[in-house]
Design a protein around this ligand. Structure first.
Ligand SMILES: *Cc1c(COP(=O)(O)O)cnc(C)c1O
Length: 384
């Protein structure tokens, strides 16, 4: 066996032994949260398509029309010839939704988070981030040459303590947090973070991947907290409730213009396929106008937590911590037998010892789906 294969096999064996080996499972998706795996029809409670918009006829139609008019691919970076006319409409909608001057669409949420911090801060600057920040935020933090420190999860006092001690040693300071934490479902204390950032001359950047479309009348967690106008950097994704693909940042015009000039993950990556951009626009049209639809996912999450005696959900994401990876896998397998797809979330996606089942609730789940899920969860005996 050659060296590279030996290395790969031994690393995989280590993962296997720790119940941390991952594999891709072919999954078909359909309307109403249906998922097909290994020939089994299941209902998915782990998808981020909170409004079901990836399957919405108007959204699909917009994607088809875009392919007919502009083709399947963008052909080049947005700065070369990839900036097809559909971007303008999408960025206008995003800026309106987030109440900012301008918006910029990246190839994905990961690419946005990778590319943005290095443009704004560097050597001599400080990034302070919540310790549970998403892997893509860590990638952007590392790609910048700024010093980085992590405050305890959602602990504004800890963040303030670090700022009090360190702020004076740095030129610029960027504070980064998720609006809704993707694996925990709790929300960041945005009012207090805004106050702190303003007081300490720091720039606040939120990643609201799981807030757009479901919180704050669809505008996201900043609107929900009443601080939409106070967060200078609002990042998000088009790949979750928006049902398409791509990432974005909403900010003032000069900041957006600087990002266009400097963000490497924008400049050196091909523009999004026209279909993805058109689908996102069509979804935002629905999010802006269908106030009934956007309230349903939270109602579904509440139905679940109430029946299980869990705390009120702060988002459409409800985790049940199992501790070990083995226990998470076992519980996931039990739910699968009852027809529910809830993948186990294991380290390093979450900290060591906090493996979990992560349930997500969507508009297309019926009351009956949830009631049956509750019964299945009770059988797994993972409840505290
Ligand atoms: C999913 C997610 C991302 C990445 O977005 P993509 O568009 O899927 O690349 C970034 N941040 C958070 C918090 C996420 O949950």
């Amino acid at each position: 066996m050659s060296g590279i294969e030996q290395m790969a096999r031994s690393k995989l064996a280590e993962l296997e032994a720790a119940a941390l080996r991952r594999a891709l499972s072919e999954t078909g998706r359909g309307d109403a949260g249906q998922a097909t795996r290994d020939g089994q029809q299941m209902i998915s409670f782990c998808c981020n398509d909170y409004l079901g918009l990836s399957q919405h006829p108007q959204v699909k139609q917009a994607a088809l029309a875009a392919i007919e008019q502009y083709g399947a691919g963008a052909g080049a970076s947005r700065l070369v010839t990839g900036n097809h006319p559909l971007y303008e409409d999408l960025e206008t909608r995003l800026a309106r939704l987030k109440e900012t001057e301008a918006a910029l669409v990246f190839g994905s949420g990961y690419l946005a988070n990778l590319g943005i911090p290095p443009v704004l801060v560097g050597s001599g600057d400080l990034i302070l981030a919540d310790e549970l920040s998403h892997a893509s935020m860590h990638a952007g933090i590392r790609a910048s040459n700024a010093d980085s420190l992590f405050y305890r999860h959602n602990d504004v006092a800890d963040c303030q303590k670090i700022l009090d001690e360190q702020r004076g040693d740095y030129r610029h300071c960027l504070i980064m947090t998720e609006g809704v934490f993707s694996m925990d479902g709790d929300r960041a204390p945005l009012v207090a973070l805004c106050d702190l950032a303003e007081r300490c001359d720091a720039w606040l950047m939120t990643d609201d991947a799981h807030g757009i479309g479901v919180l704050g009348d669809g505008r996201g967690s900043a609107a929900e907290a009443g601080v939409a106008g106070r967060i200078p950097l609002q990042m998000g994704t088009l790949s979750k409730a928006v049902g398409s693909y791509g990432g974005f940042i909403c900010a003032t015009k000069p900041v957006i213009d600087l990002l266009i000039n400097r963000a490497r993950s924008l400049i050196y990556a091909t523009g999004l396929p026209p279909a993805a951009v058109a689908a996102a626009s069509a979804s935002l049209e629905i999010i802006e106008n269908d106030g009934v639809l956007i309230r349903i996912p939270m109602e579904r999450a509440r139905r679940f937590t109430r029946q299980l005696g869990l705390p009120e959900p702060e988002s459409t994401i409800v985790p049940l911590i199992t501790g070990t990876a083995e226990a998470a896998l076992a519980a996931s397998n039990l739910l699968a037998k009852d027809g529910f797809l809830v993948t186990a979330i294991r380290p390093p996606t979450v900290p060591e010892g906090t493996a979990r089942l992560r349930f997500t609730f969507a508009a297309h789940h019926s009351d009956d789906d949830i009631d049956r899920l509750v019964a299945a969860v009770k059988k797994t005996e993972i409840l505290p």
